[in-house]
Design a protein around this ligand. Structure first.
Ligand SMILES: Cc1cc2nc3c(=O)[nH]c(=O)nc-3n(C[C@H](O)[C@H](O)[C@H](O)COP(=O)(O)OP(=O)(O)OC[C@H]3O[C@@H](n4cnc5c(N)ncnc54)[C@H](O)[C@@H]3O)c2cc1C
Length: 392
């Protein structure tokens, strides 16, 4: 039976890759899915502003889950998990190269897996995650690194710092400032630097004003319309000097960058990428190379060229890809279409445990609703649904 199955390799086992894998396995018995990810744990990174700052607030079981266990429900031979990193896609042999070794991998650490279809779900990382010009904070999963160790080190550093500068006042910057101010009372100085005139660029004016007033009430110093021009870390003391566009220099125990998204695209042929490094896809989420859609390669989640890199986008994208691969296997030419514009715009931003702000389409969310939907446990109640591809 398994030899007759169509082989699908899903590259990346986070929110998007897990969703596609489950949805595909549920949709058709004709596939054999191989999921490749450098860790066998699913990391619910959305809750990082809460548990990195307040370690006791959420146990690791709420944000780290075993991946292979959640695929036990499918028939034998229909699912394989490979703990490794895809380093190359070879279309001549229709195979991918996977390295399973961490540092200098030997021949034994490299394997080749053949495919009929590939789904690229390798996502993105951030400057802070890789410690580039910022305190290293695991805002995203990192390849082969021990996530628990990275979390524990970050928690200790955040706890010890008394003067913290946060560069970037988008949702993550505002959430982090709120958590830090709430956790420390008046013991820490928290400075939030916004390059724009208002916090939360792109949100409605009411939401922007509310975020600012909630943070100021918690004692956060807010600098608006100012850029971070340079950051330097003293190699001996580990302390930071942050130079602003106003000329002011701030000395800080820690500097945290909350801006920037970096595509995880090292293994992806350059001809698949747009000028910023994201994978070009058509309306069916098939990969586009030189203006032509490939029928054997799809992309989903943050790695695609779609501008809103949000968790709230991945489920519909995953359903579209699963449906289209199943249709393609069945030689059905009617493909499902994905439109980023058709998905409602929303922003839900807790400022501390019990309040926050946000909007759903044109509706402003009151603080109590923000607490109910996100602030209480930072959406961790949703993690099992994403893990099992049950989110619609
Ligand atoms: C701190 C933070 C908070 C956020 N909060 C929200 C929020 O509240 N709401 C919201 O909608 N969005 C939020 N987002 C955005 C959200 O995290 C992303 O949209 C989401 O993670 C995208 O999921 P993904 O599966 O596409 O990619 P990722 O989560 O980036 O996962 C990619 C996976 O692929 C793996 N991978 C990478 N390269 C390879 C390779 N070569 N081979 C194999 N595997 C590989 C990675 O290790 C990782 O497991 C937040 C982002 C951050 C950083």
């Amino acid at each position: 039976m398994s030899s007759k199955r169509v082989s699908v390799i899903v590259i990346g086992g986070s929110h998007a890759g897990l969703g596609v894998s489950h949805k595909l396995l549920r949709r058709t018995p004709k596939v054999s899915v191989t999921l490749v990810n450098p860790s066998d744990e699913y990391y619910f990174n959305i809750a990082t502003p809460r548990f990195l700052v307040k370690p006791g607030s959420l146990p690791p079981s709420k944000y780290l889950y075993n991946i292979p266990d959640t695929f036990n429900e499918y028939p034998k031979g229909s699912f394989t998990f490979v703990k490794g990193l895809v380093t190359k896609i070879d279309y001549l042999t229709k195979s991918v190269l996977v390295t399973t070794g961490q540092n200098s991998p030997t021949k034994d650490d490299i394997m080749s897996i053949t495919f009929d279809y590939i789904v690229i779900a390798s996502g993105s990382t951030t400057p802070a995650t890789v410690g580039r010009g910022s305190l290293k904070l695991p805002f995203k999963a990192t390849a082969f690194e021990d996530t628990r160790k990275a979390i524990s080190e970050a928690q200790k550093k955040l706890h010890a710092a008394t003067r913290i500068v946060i560069g970037g006042a988008g949702p993550l910057g505002v959430e982090l400032a709120g958590e830090l101010a709430e956790a420390s009372g008046s013991k820490k100085v928290i400075i939030l630097v916004s390059k724009t005139r208002s916090l939360l660029e792109g949100a409605t004016e009411t939401v922007q004003r509310t975020a600012e007033s909630l943070l100021r009430r918690k004692g956060v110093e807010i600098l608006k319309n100012i850029r971070v021009n340079q950051v330097e870390q003293d190699p001996e003391t580990d302390r930071w000097t942050v130079t602003l566009s106003s000329g002011r220099k701030i000395a800080a125990d820690e500097y945290i960058s909350t801006t920037g998204v970096i595509p995880n695209n090292d293994f992806i042929p350059k001809s698949f990428l747009n000028h910023d490094g994201w994978v070009n896809v058509d309306e069916h989420l098939r990969l586009v190379e030189d203006g032509t859609s490939r029928s054997d390669t799809y992309a989903v989640g943050d790695i695609t060229c779609h501008p809103y890199r949000l968790l709230s986008r991945v489920s519909l994208q995953g359903a579209t890809v699963a449906s289209n691969i199943a249709a393609s296997i069945a030689k059905d030419t009617r493909l499902a279409t994905y439109s980023a514009e058709a998905q409602k715009k929303m922003m839900v931003v807790p400022v501390g445990q019990s309040t926050g702000t946000g909007h759903l389409g044109g509706w402003t969310l009151w603080g109590c609703l923000v607490w109910f939907f996100k602030g209480n446990d930072f959406l961790t109640y949703e993690a099992p649904k994403f893990l099992r591809g049950q989110r619609r």
